[in-house]
Design a protein around this ligand. Sequence first.
Ligand SMILES: O=P(O)(O)OC[C@H]1O[C@H](OP(=O)(O)OP(=O)(O)O)[C@H](O)[C@@H]1O
Ligand SMILES: Nc1ncnc2[nH]cnc12
Length: 187
Amino acid sequence: MAQPNENVEPSNDSLKKTVVDAIEEYEDFPKPGIKFLDIFSVYRSKPAHEAFSLLLERYAVSVKNSIDAVVGLDSRGFLIGPLIARTIGKPFVPIRKKGKLPGPCHTVKYSLEYGTAEMEIQTTALQKNANVLVVDDLLATGGTLEAACKLIKSCECNVFTCWVAIELVALEGRKLVSSPVESLLQL
Ligand SMILES: O=P(O)(O)OC[C@H]1O[C@H](OP(=O)(O)OP(=O)(O)O)[C@H](O)[C@@H]1O
Ligand SMILES: Nc1ncnc2[nH]cnc12
């Protein structure tokens, strides 16, 4: 006989709690004064990994008709972007740290919470005028997401939205980002 709640889909809120509970924090990494939130700890926990994947699939379905491609940011965005892209049958395109992508690239310099860097996208990776979903694990100061938006605009594409798993709300990074920002967890 069926038990109560058997076959009932878990709510987004209960899935988010499972994910939040698995996120491990490290003080003073990679520099003094930085509290580092480690998305990889979610992937070490079977229930958290499953909950996160389900949330990503649900989000993917909700944006399917609004986007043409998913762009993930090096490196932790690569955990997230391919699953969203695969769920809705859209192309996945990487933005990588400078010097890692073959062929002609657009390049941008930027600052993030604990340093400076350069990122690239291949000039022909996106079709002109594509509506692009940008995904990453975490929004801190917003420097990385804004740099990604600049690269996508260099490809003559439109940023539909930037989606992050974790937003460090106190850093107000979304103010720096010139495109819409959505976050799963506000910490
Ligand atoms: O909002 P910001 O201050 O710009 O910081 C956020 C970025 O910092 C981290 O990436 P990192 O450059 O450390 O690369 P990694 O994913 O390879 O560790 C994180 O994955 C985001 O991409
Ligand atoms: N505090 C933080 N934790 C994890 N990744 C980050 N990237 C930038 N700031 C970060």
